[in-house]
Design a protein around this ligand. Structure first.
Ligand code: HEC
Length: 257
């Protein structure tokens, strides 16, 4: 076989691989149930031999926890396509046999990679202390005990305080907070750039409350979809066209052609 034929055969095989892997997304959405499963596959399929995940693992390829994956599955397919030739060369040179992945396995791996991107880089607690003062958080939440209106001090926040905890607390208590701010004549503070991450890190240095078991495990996207409906989010917002019009389409990052 001449060189052109070998290359086109190689490209055809890669195309077939990308197609096989992404077919489940094209012909019916696969919503993964546990993003940690893909993390185990990254190890068992040998990806971790060459790739680190947020600092831990191989150094031959780029750290998969730090690269820009693009917003959609097809963006990821394009990235894999572009890097496939060098990846194959690397695998050959180390004598590694190319792992075979089923569509489901690839769905798990990509869910896990996108999930890693969901975590922010840790904030800076010193800057967070400044944010806490500047936004007036201390007016209701002292660093220990209870505030004058009964709001918990930072030491009552769970030891494993997480972004999910903060979002939940903000969502559940925002009406009380708005009322209180109107009472004391305070403007609703706004957060920009890394301020929320810095504040979280500062809260962590003070939090000594009981750990929240709900925040140990990553969420289950499939159940999340049901909650989006059962809590009524779908009555105002939508996900990729499914839900109300006029609100925010939370899936709108997907490309439209
Ligand atoms: C033998 C080493 C090796 C193995 C095993 C390997 N990769 Fe790679 N991978 C690389 C190298 C090297 C690159 C960078 C290639 C380049 O720069 O063109 C890369 C690039 C990538 C990229 C693109 C990164 C970017 O910057 O956009 C992705 C995504 C990726 N690999 C995923 C995987 C997955 C998933 C597996 C396991 C199923 C895997 N790789 C297994 C070596 C490997």
């Amino acid at each position: 076989m001449n060189r052109t034929k070998i290359i086109s055969k190689g490209m055809f095989l890669i195309l077939l691989f990308v197609f096989a892997v992404f077919a489940p997304f094209a012909f019916g959405e696969v919503i993964p149930e546990d993003p940690t499963k893909g993390g185990q596959l990254l190890v068992s399929k040998g990806c971790a031999k060459c790739h680190a995940l947020r600092g831990e693992g191989g150094k031959v390829g780029p750290d998969l926890g730090k690269i820009d994956l693009g917003d959609t599955q097809l963006n990821l397919a394009a990235k894999i396509w572009n890097h496939a030739p060098s990846m194959m060369t690397e695998m050959e040179s180390t004598g590694m046999i190319k792992p075979i992945l089923t569509g489901q396995e690839f769905a798990e791996i990509s869910a896990s990679l996108y999930f890693l991107g969901f975590f922010d880089e840790p904030g800076n607690p010193v800057k967070g202390r400044f944010v806490y003062a500047e936004k007036g958080s201390f007016l209701c939440h002292p660093s220990s005990g209870k505030g004058s209106a009964g709001a918990p001090g930072l030491d009552r926040f769970p030891k494993n305080v997480s972004p999910a905890f903060l979002s939940q607390a903000i969502w559940n208590h925002c009406s009380d907070m708005i009322v209180r701010m109107v009472e004391i004549g305070m403007k609703w503070p706004r957060f920009w750039e890394k301020e929320m991450m810095d504040l979280l890190e500062y809260i962590k240095t003070n939090a000594t409350g009981v750990e929240e078991p709900a925040f140990f495990k990553p969420g289950n996207p499939k159940e999340g979809k049901q909650i989006f409906t059962s809590k009524g989010c779908i009555q105002c917002d939508s996900i990729r066209g499914e839900g109300a019009r006029g609100g925010v389409d939370l899936g709108e990052k997907a490309e439209t052609f």
